[in-house]
Write a protein that binds this ligand. Structure first.
Ligand SMILES: [Zn+2]
Length: 400
């Protein structure tokens, strides 16, 4: 959790494509070629168990999923059959039924979630805002390196601006590492792998079988932490090269990629905080059916992410997940039988949201008004950090 590499200070990473390529390639060659683990450790901090974020808590990792693009409660918790995974999460956690949203357009509204401030304070269309984000608060207060805090987006140059603001006491040097839906494994990287010889994807071979084989090769001895982390990186790379992320297509493909990316990052690098910013629901302006398909698909992808958490011995009891849209949509269909966002109705101004994690209460529904800007101070609280400039309130009622 301390900063091991030169990227962690100075300009916030923004792992450029090139850096990522380097880091990814360094990691991958170990997995693919079986070299020793040292090069990997120099690129990315090893992936051993983390200590809890607070001495009085169990949470070690937090995932914040912002369903940007505008999603009404009617299509989420108002139609539970569309979102079985979110319903399950809510049953095991805390469900908010009236989160007041910031009415600032897509970019401003999502920005307000990560800053905890619902004012259009100098928010321009494609630039970082003036206020610090949750990513900067936790990195600065906990002394976390850039590789401990990530933002995976559905794409669009605009979305990298959620990684940090321009506040002089925070800013780029505390920003999140950003990745868009094309991920680490872009075409450039694939060409490199081709040169070294593409690995055979695991395909249908069950993970337990591979683990058993590995154990046999070690003479039955338990795996070292290093061997385990190497195996995780290897699995990640094989997954990616198997095309599971890059070949996602159709309505909501950008969102699906971002969620898949977050899942892989969490499994492999075990960062402290991952923000996932979606956007595909906005297809609703022109297509109600496309929109509901995005909602269903995102629920399924969130289900995959949560399944990966549940299936991981270390993440299972130490990972918290927050999910909320940035705002809803209009009450009535437009003339194209789509849904805009601008009528000022409660369908637009209030959304449902979920908090799920080892330190949170279970099966609790909060029906009183809360705000989408409350999530940043609340997540800061989970980290033992303070969102000093945020205007939202800590949602104390979520804590067990
Ligand atoms: Zn829109």
């Amino acid at each position: 959790m301390k900063a091991p590499d030169s990227n962690s200070r100075g300009r916030a990473l923004p792992l450029s494509r090139r850096n990522l390529l380097r880091a990814g390639a360094a990691g991958s060659m170990i997995g693919l070629l079986g070299a020793d683990g040292r090069a990997l450790a120099s690129g990315f901090e090893p992936f051993g168990a983390r200590s809890p974020l607070r001495p009085d808590g169990k949470t070690k990792h937090v995932v914040l999923i912002i369903m940007s693009g505008g999603v009404r409660s009617r299509e989420t918790f108002g139609s539970p059959e569309q979102i079985p995974n979110l319903v399950k999460l809510a049953d095991e956690g805390v469900l908010f039924t009236r989160l007041r949203t910031a009415n600032l357009g897509h970019f401003g509204a999502s920005m307000s979630i990560v800053t905890g401030i619902s004012e259009a304070r100098g928010i321009r269309d494609n630039a970082p805002g003036p206020d610090p984000t949750i990513f900067e608060y936790v990195r600065k207060d906990l002394g976390l390196s850039a590789q401990e805090v990530w933002v995976a987006t559905a794409g669009g140059a605009q979305q990298v601006n959620y990684a940090h603001g321009m506040h002089p006491e925070y800013g780029a040097r505390y920003g999140a590492t950003t990745l868009d839906g094309d991920g680490v494994f872009n075409e450039e990287f694939k060409a490199l792998v081709k040169r070294f010889g593409a690995p055979r994807p695991l395909g249908e071979v069950p993970a337990e079988k591979v683990a058993g084989l590995r154990k046999a090769l070690r003479g039955g001895k338990p795996a070292t932490a290093e061997a385990e982390s190497r195996a995780r990186v290897e699995r990640y790379i094989l997954d990616e090269l198997g095309g599971s992320t890059s070949e996602l297509r159709g309505a909501g493909a950008g969102d699906a990629k971002a969620l898949r990316l977050a899942r892989n990052l969490l499994s492999v690098f075990r960062p402290r905080l991952i923000g996932v910013v979606l956007q595909d629901a906005d297809i609703a302006h022109g297509s109600f059916n496309g929109y509901t398909e995005v909602v269903r698909r995102n629920d399924a992808a969130i289900g995959e992410l949560v399944a990966a958490i549940r299936g991981d011995a270390e993440l299972r009891d130490s990972t918290a997940v927050f999910v909320l849209p940035e705002f809803g949509r209009d009450s009535d269909l437009n003339t194209r039988r789509g849904l805009d966002h601008g009528d000022g109705s409660d369908d637009l101004r209030f959304v449902h949201g979920v908090a799920w994690g080892p330190d949170f209460r279970r099966n609790v529904v909060i029906k009183d008004d809360r705000q989408t800007i409350d999530f940043t101070p609340t997540i800061a609280q989970v980290f033992g950090a303070k969102a000093r400039l945020a205007k939202g309130n800590v949602l104390r009622e979520i804590f067990a």
